[in-house]
Design a binder for this molecule. Structure first.
Ligand SMILES: [Zn+2]
Length: 144
């Protein structure tokens, strides 16, 4: 995809304006990893979503806190009301369907999260340690 014809740096290719500096009231922008092109958050999210479906892999964020449980076993759905898997801006948001937390020799804890994407495919994500929200996600094929 070429965007060489877009001369106005304060507009996304979709036509949406974004802030060129921190004082603007307009929303900010993201940069595409491959081309460095500036895009609005909805376009960035659409790109992330397309990439997620195409590759079966994504780096997302875990928001909300799964309630800890003494047995560290997988919890039923009821425990996960506020737990979501999102992109950086939160425009992509999937509800977690299950999780568990175990011990990890270096990061101390390892949290596994399962969720369903917008096409109904099941995903698994893993988060290492307590001081991060970064979730390394992979689509599952016919598992669980
Ligand atoms: Zn846009």
């Amino acid at each position: 995809m070429t965007t060489a014809t877009i001369s106005n740096e304060t507009h996304c290719a979709c036509g949406k304006a974004f802030a060129d500096d921190a004082t603007s009231f307009l929303p900010g922008y993201a940069r595409k990893a491959d081309t460095d092109e500036r895009v609005c958050y909805p376009c960035a999210a659409a790109g992330e979503l397309a990439d997620l479906h195409a590759t079966g892999k994504a780096t997302l964020y875990l928001t909300g806190e799964p309630k800890s449980h003494p047995t560290l076993s997988t919890q039923p759905f009821g425990w996960l009301e506020d737990v979501k898997v999102t992109n950086w801006t939160g425009l992509i948001s999937f509800r977690a369907t299950g999780w568990n937390r175990g011990y990890h020799n270096i990061a101390r804890t390892r949290t596994n999260v399962w969720f369903i994407d917008d096409k109904g495919a099941e995903w698994w994500g893993v988060l290492y340690g307590e001081n991060t929200q970064l979730l390394h996600c992979r689509r599952l094929k016919g598992r669980r």
